[in-house]
Design a protein around this ligand. Sequence first.
Ligand SMILES: C[S@@+](CC[C@H](N)C(=O)[O-])C[C@H]1O[C@@H](n2cnc3c(N)ncnc32)[C@H](O)[C@@H]1O
Length: 226
Amino acid sequence: MRKKLQRFYDNAQSRNVIEPDKPIYKAIKGKWRSLQFKNQHPIVVELACGKGAYTVQLAALFPDKNLIGVDIKGARIWVGSRYATANKLENVAFLRTNIEQVDQFFEENEVDELWITFPDPRPRKRDEKRRLTSPLFLNLYRSILRPGGIVHLKTDNAMLFAYTIETLHAQNIKQLVYTEDLYQSNLLENHYGIQTPYEKRFLEQGKKIKYLCFVPSWKAALVSSS
Ligand SMILES: C[S@@+](CC[C@H](N)C(=O)[O-])C[C@H]1O[C@@H](n2cnc3c(N)ncnc32)[C@H](O)[C@@H]1O
């Protein structure tokens, strides 16, 4: 408990953590570039970021992009926040909120790209709406992504992966590529070699990592899947 409280204290002092009780929390919508990053670079968001592996590693690979990790758990965000501070990654921020409310923090067209990394699969039928690729969430992503903005999903979970593809087909989304075995796929380069803590655990258990990316706009053009 003491460790958690220390992490919450650190988050409260960290400029790269945007969370309730900070004035910027209510002011940031539509102003990430001017208030937080002080540049006009593209914005890439990692949803369900946990310790923020994609957030910090993409930030190091792409200094000309702004990376934002979103998660509800402050003690996990703390790991990414500390890493970014220690490595002087000025293009990193973490937002502590429920993903259900993400449209309260980003303006229309403000986000260039989204990553959803190993989200909770929510296998029970009654939790279908809570899956991060349900139609409800897809509409949220549409409301903040620029036209043509890409969404990436990585998961070990066959049910969630099949559900997502089915949902995207039902929405007539044609700009979709996917693989059920990322490490045997020509899409491998899409993940930049970044492995999250959950991914490492799943790989140790011998599970296959599934990956897909798509453009959620309604008028997407046809692209082949592999
Ligand atoms: C299975 S973990 C994956 C963490 C990280 N992406 C990884 O791969 O190591 C799922 C994460 O999603 C977060 N999460 C789940 N539902 C959420 C929601 N509705 N809003 C915000 N965060 C959520 C949890 O707090 C947790 O950190």
